[in-house]
Design a protein around this ligand. Structure first.
Ligand SMILES: [Zn+2]
Length: 220
């Protein structure tokens, strides 16, 4: 029996996926997206091999994030199911996970350059003020990648994955999608500022205020 809450969540996942695709963050069939089904130990996750552009509510697969077993769905779950499920076990405040192959985040991850909070978009994703982790490299779909991302995500809402992309979390799927969009915008801004000089961050008092506005969205 599918709950009303799950039906609604499926629609919201499809909307978020379409937005991320239209922003150019998930070329081809890259990237994956999931959300915790409230009141359960299961999440809805994107099926493998599908483009964000074509995802429909009924495509999402229900996976138990403790056992990683598929509970419902005819399609195969994303190959990155290991790190999605690991993140839900990390904190109860993580309600959604978005992974994208965004260009500037990947460039900075390979150079090992930190994404500093700057510009006005940061107000739309206050959880990113806590900094963005850079994970160790591991091949896609591996348990080691899941381990590396979980370690780099502690106390943060976003992680760069060298040679690969970025993963962000949020309390809701809308918040996680916005964090992904703003992270790429921040990465581009950092990259461009580095072409002309040294980045000067926002005043620390402003950063503190933004961090406080994140509330439990800080996910720490
Ligand atoms: Zn990927």
């Amino acid at each position: 029996m599918v709950s009303v809450g799950e039906e609604d969540l499926r629609k919201r996942l499809a909307v978020a996926a379409a937005m991320l695709f239209s922003e150019g963050l998930t070329p081809g069939s890259s990237g994956n997206i999931s959300a915790r089904i409230p009141g359960t130990s299961a999440c809805l996750i994107k099926p493998a091999g599908r483009s964000f552009r074509d995802l429909r509510p009924e495509h999402f697969v229900v996976v138990d994030f403790k056992t990683r077993r598929v509970l419902r769905g005819l399609l195969k779950p994303s190959i990155e199911t290991p790190f999605h499920t690991k993140l839900y076990n990390l904190s109860n405040s993580i309600g959604a996970v978005v992974h994208v192959h965004s260009h500037y985040a990947t460039v900075l991850s390979i150079a090992g350059i930190e994404v500093l909070p700057m510009g006005m978009d940061i107000y739309r994703a206050p959880a990113l003020v806590q900094g963005v982790g850079i994970s160790g490299y591991a091949p896609p779909g591996t348990e080691q990648l899941a381990q590396n991302i979980a370690e780099a995500m502690r106390g943060r809402a976003a992680v760069l994955m060298p040679h690969h992309g970025a993963t962000v979390v949020g309390r809701t799927i809308e918040e996680a999608a916005e964090n992904a969009r703003v992270l790429e915008e921040l990465a581009r801004l950092n990259y461009e500022v580095l072409q002309v000089g040294r980045p000067q961050t926002l005043p620390s008092s402003v950063l503190r205020e933004i961090a406080e506005s994140a509330g439990s969205g800080g996910l720490t």
